[in-house]
Design a protein. Structure first.
Length: 181
């Protein structure tokens, strides 16, 4: 095989791989079309996010039970620079170059630190991940704060939003006790 033919074969393989990735992504978006769209950030909070928000890298939103299953619908799987603010209303994520994400306080279920999520791996437990209810789907959103102190403050703020008695993320509903015969 000549050098020109080999280069042409490699280029065809690369283009074919890109096309297949694009088709796969579009199918994922179509498959997840039933997932609700996140609420808009309340106007007063949106202004505060721009000035008081913590700088982060928005890593991804995934299905809560599978850290590799990105939610592609509504652009939730797109990685971007962002600012995050936690307020009484909930968690506001103002993303640069992507749609914003707002998590109402009542929808937050848990918060934790992790090392890996779809789209990012960091040393230690550098990612901040919170589980929340989007429509009727439990999802997890991961961000990577630029500074450790910001991570701690965000974690504390999100933890304060978790309603008392809220089911823990991934917890199965409690079964009704059976009556004795």
């Amino acid at each position: 095989m000549s050098r020109g033919t080999a280069v042409a074969v490699v280029l065809v393989v690369i283009v074919l791989a890109w096309v297949l990735m694009y088709v796969g992504y579009r199918r994922r978006v179509a498959r997840q079309a039933g997932i609700a769209s996140p609420a808009a950030i309340p106007a007063p909070m949106a202004k505060r996010v721009e000035t008081d928000g913590v700088e982060v890298v928005y890593v991804s939103t995934t299905a809560a039970d599978d850290w590799l299953d990105r939610v592609a619908a509504h652009g939730l799987g797109a990685r971007s620079a962002a600012q995050v603010l936690v307020g009484r209303e909930g968690v506001a994520v103002l993303r640069h170059g992507a749609d914003d994400v707002f998590v109402p306080a009542a929808d937050v279920r848990s918060v934790r630190r992790e090392t890996m999520r779809a789209g990012k791996a960091v040393p230690g437990a550098g990612l901040l991940v919170w589980d929340w209810v989007l429509g009727d789907t439990l999802v997890s959103t991961a961000v990577h704060p630029r500074h450790d102190a910001d991570r701690t403050a965000l974690e504390r703020g999100i933890r304060s939003l978790i309603p008392l008695g809220a089911p823990a993320a991934g917890a199965a509903p409690e079964a009704e006790p059976e009556e004795a015969p």
